[in-house]
Design a protein around this ligand. Structure first.
Ligand code: PEP
Ligand code: MG
Length: 535
């Protein structure tokens, strides 16, 4: 038996998985040419049909935007124009593999060369479709995530994560990746164990492995005693979760009887399908950059309206805070963000929205039109000077006036801000025009400690329990309280039961957390008492 290998990464989504390692390889096998063009053509037709079947079956397990992406892929495949171009090339002597690749590559190139940001961004969908068919042609299905396996890959696209049915268990161990990536957010929302930054360590395919995404460890070829210990830890954690789950339907009240609001963060409108609205006080953060994500391009007004309405309808009158697109930094979007050397300090968040008003305008109109359908609040990300609030407000007012003159039903929502840049946290009074504050502890921590949030080597530095970060949080909380400006915290610190005591100690009483963490956070709130804590 091989001796166990301990591999360490960063915990990106807590949980445990025990299963075989599945090492992802992309297009690892060579295509074997067929004897005649007819056979090549047949091979291509079968591969396209098989890829379409794969996509259709993944779609049937999904809803909302996740299903929409796949529906788009399916429509492209079924359209037949790529097959026709490839068939012509096969007739001229190309293999099915080369013909399909050339047909898609040409289209991808023209999408990328187009000045249109939407088409540029959609080229990622075409690459996905190209690779799915090529994988079927080579018989190389190693790119797929296998049910119950621990999938080891460089990184994975959100569409691939969404297309997989995680109900059969398994988890992710990524060689690169980041805890703040969209995939990490989706994994946290769905409770899929995931670690990132495991580097180049040699791992044997199909080896038995234990993924402890609580501590960030992957143990390959474990000894029986290690499996027993892992099972004990998993059972204890499950018991804890069950205990907490029993409290999930009840409000979060501290031992002193103070009530605490617990809302949820979502990254995809489809996330609400898995959340019981009765267990939460609303949506504290909807990250809309996921709608704009690489695989789906820039969404138009109607698509955005449908996404926002879905969430508002689900909330049934509870508050829904939708954040305007926060791209840039660790969240680049093809065709939208600007390549910069120091992107975390660059044109990101509201800076980028204001720099690209033609794209921001579309989101503003969708938000204004969604507002009458519930209790919508709009949040601006990465605000660093008060003028950004004024500029965004002016754009909302202009679009509202245009909608009014076109007789389109709309409503002006409350407009608040993320507090995630130190300039705001140090002098919140300058930003009192905001309808509410929501503290982004992820970015605030990286800026206060000068430690970039996606650098695995700095993970020990980047913690919100640093006294400098906590004192800024307390500064914002007490200013908000004094001026009756609703103040909450929606960064990952709120999803950590070990941080909740410290955060309650700063005076905060409103948190927005990952859906899978609602129960444990409520349980942690119940154990807390203000006695002896500094408020
Ligand atoms: C944050 O910075 O804490 C936050 C909630 O925003 P994001 O993680 O999306 O940057
Ligand atoms: Mg942020």
């Amino acid at each position: 038996m091989a001796s166990p290998g301990r591999i360490f990464g960063q915990a990106a989504s807590a949980g445990f998985a025990h299963g075989p390692v599945h090492l992802a390889r992309r297009q690892g096998r060579a295509y074997v040419a067929k004897s005649t063009p007819e056979r090549e053509l047949q091979a291509l037709q079968l591969a396209v049909e098989a890829a379409a079947g794969e996509i259709a079956s993944a779609m049937s397990q999904l809803s909302g935007d996740a299903a929409d992406i796949l529906e788009f892929h399916l429509a492209m495949l079924e359209d037949g124009s790529f097959s026709a171009t490839a068939a012509e090339a096969i007739g001229a002597g190309a293999t099915a593999y080369d013909a399909w690749k050339a047909a898609l590559d040409a289209e991808i190139e023209s999408y990328q060369a187009s000045g249109d940001a939407y088409f540029k961004a959609r080229s990622a969908d075409l690459s996905d479709i190209r690779d799915t068919v090529l994988s079927v042609l080579t018989g190389d299905t190693a790119h797929a995530i296998r049910p119950g396996a621990i999938h080891v890959d460089e990184d994975i696209a959100p569409s691939r994560f969404l297309a997989h049915d995680w109900s059969k268990g398994g988890g992710l161990a990524l060689r690169k990746g980041s805890v703040t990536s969209h995939v990490a957010m989706l994994a946290r929302a769905r409770g899929v164990p995931m670690i990132v930054g495991i580097g180049d360590s040699a791992i044997e395919d199909a080896a038995e492995a234990l993924l402890d995404a609580q501590s960030g460890e992957l143990l390959v070829s474990p000894y029986p005693a290690q499996i027993a210990d892992f099972n004990d830890r998993r059972t204890a954690s499950q018991a804890q979760q069950r205990e907490a789950d029993a409290l999930a339907p009840h409000p979060a009240i501290t031992r002193d009887g103070e009530s605490v609001q617990v809302l949820v963060n979502i990254a995809d409108p489809g996330d609400v399908d898995r959340i019981s609205v009765d267990h939460v006080d609303g949506i504290g953060l909807m990250r809309t950059e996921f709608l704009f994500g690489g695989d789906r391009g820039l969404p138009d007004e109607e698509m955005q309206l449908a996404a926002y309405r879905k969430v508002l309808d689900w909330a049934g009158g509870k508050p829904v805070t939708i954040r305007t697109i926060d791209a840039g930094g660790d969240k680049p979007i093809e065709g939208y963000t600007i390549a910069e050397d120091n992107s975390f300090l660059g044109v990101r968040g509201i800076r980028l929205s204001l720099a690209k008003p033609e794209i921001f305008r579309v989101q503003i109109r969708a938000l204004l039109r969604a507002a009458p359908h519930g209790s919508l609040k709009v949040m601006l990300p990465m605000v660093s000077v008060p003028g950004e609030i004024d500029a965004a407000r002016a754009m909302f007012a202009k679009e509202a006036a245009d909608l009014a003159s076109a007789d389109v039903i709309h409503q002006m929502p409350e407009i608040g801000i993320m507090v995630e840049v130190p300039s705001v946290a140090i002098t919140p009074a300058r930003f009192a025009a905001a309808a509410f504050f929501s503290i982004g502890s992820n970015d605030l921590t990286q800026y206060v400690l000068a430690a970039s949030r996606d650098n695995a080597r700095l993970s020990a530095l980047g913690s919100a329990d640093d006294p400098a970060v906590l004192s800024l949080i307390a500064n914002v909380a007490s200013f908000g309280k004094a001026r009756a400006i609703e103040t909450s915290l929606c960064g990952d610190a709120a999803s950590d039961p070990e941080m909740i005591g410290l955060l309650l100690g700063t005076g905060l009483r409103r948190f927005s957390v990952a859906p899978a963490r609602v129960a444990v956070i409520k349980a942690a709130v119940r154990l807390w008492s203000g006695e002896g804590s500094v408020k």
